[in-house]
Design a protein around this ligand. Structure first.
Ligand SMILES: *Cc1c(COP(=O)(O)O)cnc(C)c1O
Length: 388
């Protein structure tokens, strides 16, 4: 019988060792031994499916990868030391000099940096499409376009892209569709269902969910993952066994944690909507969100991030942050601790103010990653900070 999401997250585990441990042990070993000369030869010739060296594979990362593959409905995957290692290695493994990437304009700051500052060195170019103008994508496709790339919900503006629509465009033009699914987590959204070929996560966010480790993972079709695996076993961006163990344990509680994140976030969004000190609030599962219907179609719930703008611009924004008492001023998200961030002066400070405006980031905009504290305390802190 096909098991459910929550069950797979808990019951997918390594074979027990001679100690019959209940919880998976940590395999802190850089290499593995061979039985004899023939075993050594066959292992290196990849005639055997076994662990050889932890840059290639390790039991703990294999367990983590297997869980995420089941969650995302993917054939295979590879786990990385950080979300950016996953993003970079995925692109670098699939692209050649002269290739072109078509990406949504609203993407993670470092991914934007990779397209702008790193890829030109290897003659890899990109164009951005506006997330509200999916029909403009086809006009931007070039002879050398290979990949369509997007995030949904976006950071930090929590805009929603129609994944099904993107999937159709990618298929029609025979392009590889890659979705960074970090803001949703595999519990809320599975982009492969809508036509994505590869799904990337920063495991640092909701997957770990407790702000402890950095990690990344890419999952998808076997043939694409094989290219990413070949690239990565040579270049070495691999996740450590210890962090893989942490992540695999974290996934056991992903569903209950994300349910509560979303419940708290929706309550905060409702509280902020119509608040006299707030210009606007955006959350995918608020009816006022411009893409509410699409969010409902492709997500189970709205996620942990709420964006809003404090009335009074930059000065009022800074006053708000200086008045926060309980929540953390930090740049992470998807943590059990609620976090408030000012994108204009932090994650997106490298963008010009014009570029920021294009991405929908107002100076007084606040991004809240709603955590697992009691909702009354979260509302209490944000409420008092709005009143100063
Ligand atoms: C954080 C993040 C990344 C990068 O992940 P790291 O683990 O910090 O390297 C990539 N994409 C999105 C959407 C993110 O939020």
């Amino acid at each position: 019988m096909k098991k459910k999401f929550e069950t797979n997250a808990i019951r997918t585990q390594l074979e027990r060792s001679q100690f019959l441990e209940h919880s998976s042990p940590i395999y802190l070993t850089s290499s593995f031994v061979f039985e004899d000369a023939e075993d050594m030869r066959a292992s290196f010739a990849e005639e055997k499916d076994r662990n050889v060296y932890s840059r290639y594979s390790n039991p703990n990362s294999s367990e983590f990868i297997e869980k995420v593959c089941q969650m995302e409905g993917a054939e295979d995957g590879f786990a990385f030391a950080s979300g950016m290692a996953a993003v970079f290695s995925t692109f670098a493994a699939l692209l050649n000099s002269g290739d072109h990437v078509l990406s949504a304009r609203s993407i993670f700051g470092a991914t934007h940096g990779m397209f702008n500052k790193i890829f030109p060195k290897w003659n890899i170019s990109h164009s951005y499409f506006k997330i509200d103008e999916l029909d403009s994508i086809e006009k931007l496709i070039q002879r050398n376009t290979k990949i369509i790339y997007a995030e949904s919900p976006t950071n930090p503006g929590v805009d929603i892209l129609d994944l099904e629509e993107l999937g159709k465009i990618a298929k029609k033009h025979n392009l590889i569709l890659i979705i960074d699914n970090c803001f949703a987590s595999p519990y809320l959204q599975q982009p492969i269902k809508f036509g994505a070929d590869l799904v990337i996560h920063s495991g640092t966010k909701l997957m770990d969910g407790q702000g402890r480790v950095l990690a990344g993972i890419t999952v998808g079709s076997k043939d694409l993952i094989d290219k990413i695996y070949r690239f990565s076993r040579i270049t070495g961006p691999t996740l450590s066994p210890f962090n893989a163990w942490v992540l695999s344990k974290s996934l056991e509680t992903l569903a209950v944690r994300v349910d509560r994140h979303c419940e708290n976030a929706l309550k905060l969004a409702n509280f902020l909507e119509g608040h006299e000190k707030v210009n606007w609030v955006k959350y995918p599962f608020l009816k006022s969100h411009p893409k509410y219907e699409i969010a409902k179609k492709q997500m189970k719930a709205g996620g942990c991030v709420v964006a809003f703008e404090v009335k009074g611009g930059l000065e009022a924004g800074q006053k708000f942050f200086d008045s926060i008492k309980l929540l953390s001023l930090s740049a992470n998200l998807g943590d059990s601790r609620s976090i408030v961030t000012h994108p204009a002066s932090t994650t997106h400070s490298k963008l010009s103010s014009e570029e920021r405006a294009e991405t929908g980031i107002a100076d007084g905009m606040v991004r809240v990653s709603v955590g697992l504290e009691h909702i009354d305390d979260i509302l209490g802190d944000i409420g008092q900070a709005l009143g100063y």
